[in-house]
Design a protein around this ligand. Structure first.
Ligand code: MN
Length: 437
């Protein structure tokens, strides 16, 4: 578990003036990673680090030769078109690069002149999925989401008895993971209309969102070698925003007995920016269980996990309808919550995933599952916010929604904030629903 160091000092200021502005997602204390290029350019994608409203181009930094030792090697690995090579280098390399960039981007740094030439303005950039994702696993770590959904699919038996003992997950699909800003067509599929004897095929009628975080695996583990919980976070590169778009009518018909299939794998949107666990160190909080719930089994328990296993990441979902967009209105907030309410931690997810010897590889992605908080206004999916479509969400201008309509844009945002620490933001993760083909 990464400890606080000089890079977290809230007083640090950057010679990139926009990084010092109040409310900025990307101050000097954050330094998240993405892959990017100038929009519309024929140049290659390469790794970059956000600072204020700029991107520090890691390929240009590596070519400039201004960094030394492990930091230089890490920048060189980050110069590729995906971050897998940087992810594979491990915690020591990421930390060395973070320290070197923190010092180089500070006010008064002697490296200001050479690094100034390595900046690309964020408004001129386009992004790609940050890693070549070999495998994607989606967990189910919000007990509030699991209970709310369970009530709708199984009113007599909402929370299955294994939930409080085993971190539930399923293997998802990596090929349809896209980066923020991409649109997708409303999926077609097989559903069983209410009261019908036989299913029909057609466009999804209950298209939903899932507010999640994505966890990128850094250094992998060998096949057959479980990762103990004490070492789990050393295998995590960082965290991004993730929208696991879901077709609820398709899901309801197909999900038994093996779980979701085509209701989930038509599109999954991730934010371009990946925030490292080191950047999140000031926002670690205790992992607790409600009174009377079983303690995690020993392999999922440690002092460090109990004391600081959770993350207090603020999360928000916004919706903008075509009418709102035409009127020039900003998105309306559907929910606000925090990652601190999750029932299982990042370390527990990773440890459980490898208990059987399953090998994780650099660039693999774990989804947290829908991160609903304890009250309904903190629910991270429309199926919960509308009680299964019964209570529409009211929007500014008199519009309503039960599920997503064609042309709707959904935006996820995440950030950490508290007195005495610098704000650490995740930027945005957005996508727009196009009509079915
Ligand atoms: Mn999900």
């Amino acid at each position: 578990m990464t400890l606080l160091n000089e890079t977290h000092d809230a007083r640090l200021r950057s010679w990139v003036a926009s990084a010092n502005a109040a409310g900025c997602d990307f101050p000097l204390q954050n330094l998240p990673f993405a892959v990017f290029r100038r929009r519309g350019a024929s140049e290659a994608f390469r790794g970059g680090v956000a600072i204020g409203d700029q991107i520090l181009d890691l390929a240009a930094v590596a070519a400039s030769g201004v960094l030394q030792g492990p930091a230089a090697a890490a920048a060189q690995a980050g110069a590729q078109d995906k971050l897998n090579a940087l992810m594979a280098l491990g915690q020591g390399a990421w930390s060395a690069l973070r320290l070197a960039l923190s010092r180089a981007l500070r006010e008064g740094s002697a490296l200001q002149a050479p690094l100034q030439a390595c900046l690309v303005p964020q408004p001129q950039a386009e992004y790609d999925v940050p890693a070549r994702i070999g495998d994607y696993t989606d967990f189910y770590t919000s007990v509030h989401h699991a209970t709310n959904i369970g009530k709708q699919f199984r009113p007599d038996n909402p929370l299955l008895p294994n939930y409080k003992w085993v971190p539930i997950g399923y293997h998802g699909r990596a090929s349809s993971i896209v980066v923020s800003g991409q649109s997708f067509h409303r999926p077609q599929g097989q559903t069983l209309p209410p009261g019908a004897q036989a299913p029909v095929v057609g466009p999804c009628k209950r298209l939903d969102i899932e507010l999640e975080l994505g966890i990128f695996v850094g250094e992998g583990n060998a096949l057959g070698q479980p990762v103990p919980i004490a070492q789990a976070e050393q295998h995590v590169f960082g965290i991004c925003l993730l929208n696991d778009w879901s077709a609820r009518d398709i899901q309801g018909w197909e999900y038994q007995p093996l779980g979701p299939f085509l209701s989930k794998n038509f599109a999954t949107t991730v934010s371009p920016w990946v925030v490292t666990l080191e950047a999140l160190a000031p926002y670690r909080v205790a992992f607790t269980r409600p009174e009377g719930d079983p303690a995690p089994l020993p392999y999922l328990d440690s002092d460090a996990n109990r004391e600081r296993g959770a993350f207090d990441i603020q999360l928000q979902v916004g919706l903008r309808t075509p009418a709102m967009a035409a009127a020039g209105q900003a998105d309306a907030t559907l929910c606000r919550t925090s990652y601190r309410h999750a029932y299982w931690t990042v370390a527990q997810m990773l440890t459980h995933h490898t208990i059987n010897g399953c090998n994780l590889q650099p660039g693999d992605l774990l989804g947290s599952g829908t991160l609903s908080g304890p009250t309904l206004d903190q629910a991270g999916a429309l199926i919960e916010l509308t009680s299964g479509g019964k209570n529409p969400v009211q929007l500014p201008g008199g519009e309503q929604r039960v599920f997503l309509e064609d042309g709707d844009t959904v935006v996820l945002r995440g950030w950490c904030e508290k007195p005495g620490a610098a704000r650490v933001g995740f930027g945005e993760c957005w996508g727009t629903v196009l009509p079915a083909l």
